[in-house]
Ligand binder design. Structure first.
Ligand code: XUL
Ligand code: CO
Length: 442
């Protein structure tokens, strides 16, 4: 079969000293860390839309890379994308992919034609999956590009649009189940509003939840056993998006009794747009038993939009992997919802981008293991709360044996407070620096 990336061979691990741009320096898939292979800690996925679709187009200019794969006919183009995608994943050793319905085929005006195309392409993908062992991490429906969704999909004012959203979700679920996807995602790009002057917020939230319940009922009825995910994002394209951040999405899921079927897909760049760190969003999800999957990318702190860059920040990746390990791993995976920068306009750049991302997370994993086995951070956190665990008073509080009056009496009796325990932030940051930069990453 014709190769799309014929100059590029399978990418191998060559170690930290290698200067070969087409080799892994840190991602050594069989290396054992905390009793598991690196590849098991890091189930990476390719995002169909960015890798096989995004061509560098921005608000000010046309594309800079041709990703037509030499085909004009819609089905030939769709199949060429599949072939290119599987060649790409195979060469990088990526085990999973994620897709939107309209990433797979060109959308027709008539949704029935689009659906026929989806049937055909998913048969083709299914065969490729059997041949290669590559798997589907999650599927989703794109309910934000088509003009009919200008006022939202689940949150639309228009019952006819709502029916189209249902049709797309149904088909995307059918395909996700056919391809044995682990999960199904809702990213609510248009589920929000620009002004309250034309918006009934309660109506819209109720209707989003109603559609999600329909999706769960239908998914379970066709044998979907995986998780549904909400992918929080505070803004862009809408000014206010309902799934603002992990906390907001969790309370929505609980309010509408969707929390047994849903978890969260946390994207690094969405976290920073919400004014949070990536690890904050992971921690909030984990403590609510809702950490499902990760969209692995990063933003630019100087830019206020979703730049979807490949992760290169080892510090962030370390903090991410620390949370993931502490949470017992992901049920989902690490989807590179990331694209090359506009001037990185060659197929080789795409490979180098994935190598950067995979090596960054490998370093994050190596470092997180070191932080955990070093133990000083964990010890300090324990110590910080020790007045609750190691004193009579603390134990009474935690055992719910105190009330406001008895606690007040206790304080009045003490008269004065001793110096509170230091938070020791600088000591802790110095430990992280020592572990990250003072010890070898081999
Ligand atoms: C948009 C985004 C989406 C979702 C899937 O910011 O992250 O690509 O991941 O719809
Ligand atoms: Co995403």
């Amino acid at each position: 079969m014709k190769e799309f990336f014929e100059d590029i061979k399978e990418i191998k691990y060559e170690g930290p000293k290698s200067k070969n741009p087409l080799a892994f320096k840190f991602y050594d898939k069989d290396r054992m860390i905390l009793g598991k292979k690196m590849s098991e800690h890091l189930p990476f996925a390719m995002a169909w839309w960015h890798n096989l679709g995004a061509n560098g187009t921005d608000m000010f200019g046309r594309g800079t890379i041709d990703k037509s794969f030499g085909k004009l006919d819609p089905m030939e183009y769709a199949k060429a994308k599949v072939d290119a995608g599987f060649e790409f994943m195979h060469k990088l050793g990526i085990e999973y992919f994620c897709f939107h319905d309209v990433d797979l085929v060109v959308e027709d005006k008539d949704i029935n034609v689009t659906n026929k195309r989806l049937d055909e392409i998913s048969d083709y993908i299914y065969l490729k999956m059997q041949e290669t062992g590559i798997k589907c991490l999650w599927g989703t429906a794109n309910m934000f590009s088509n003009p009919r969704y200008m006022n939202g999909a689940g949150s639309t004012n228009d019952a006819y649009v709502y029916a189209f959203a249902a049709a797309q979700i149904k088909k995307a679920l059918d395909i996700t189940v056919k391809l044995n996807g682990k999960a199904y995602v809702f990213w609510g790009g248009r589920e929000g509003y620009e002004t309250l002057l034309n918006t009934d917020v309660k109506f819209e939230l109720d209707n989003i939840a109603r559609l999600m319940h329909m999706a769960v009922d239908y998914g379970r009825s066709i044998g979907f056993k995986g998780d549904f995910y909400i992918e929080p994002k505070p803004k862009e394209p809408m000014k206010h998006q309902y799934d603002f951040d992990a906390s907001t999405a969790i309370s929505f899921l609980k309010e509408y009794h969707l929390d047994n079927d849903f978890k969260l897909n946390i994207e690094a760049n969405h976290a920073t747009l919400a004014g949070h760190t990536f690890n904050h969003e992971l921690r909030i999800s984990a403590i609510n038993h809702m950490l499902g999957s990760i969209d692995a990318n990063q933003g630019d702190y100087l830019l206020g939009w979703d730049t979807d860059e490949f992760p290169s920040d080892v510090y962030e990746a370390t903090m991410c992997m620390y949370e993931v390990i502490k949470a017992g791993g992901l049920t989902g995976g690490f989807n590179f919802d990331a694209k090359c920068r506009r001037p990185s306009n060659t197929f080789k750049d795409m490979f180098e981008a994935y190598i950067l991302g995979m090596d960054t997370f490998a370093l994050g994993l190596i470092n997180a293991e070191k932080i955990i086995s070093d133990g000083r951070i964990d010890d300090f956190v324990k110590e910080k709360y020790s007045s609750f665990t190691n004193t009579e008073l603390g134990k009474l509080i935690l055992d719910d044996k105190m009330d406001l009056k008895s606690l007040s009496d206790f304080a009045l009796n003490m008269k004065e407070m001793a110096t509170p325990i230091s938070g020791k932030q600088e000591y802790l940051l110095a430990i992280i620096n020592q572990i990250l930069f003072g010890m070898k990453n081999e």
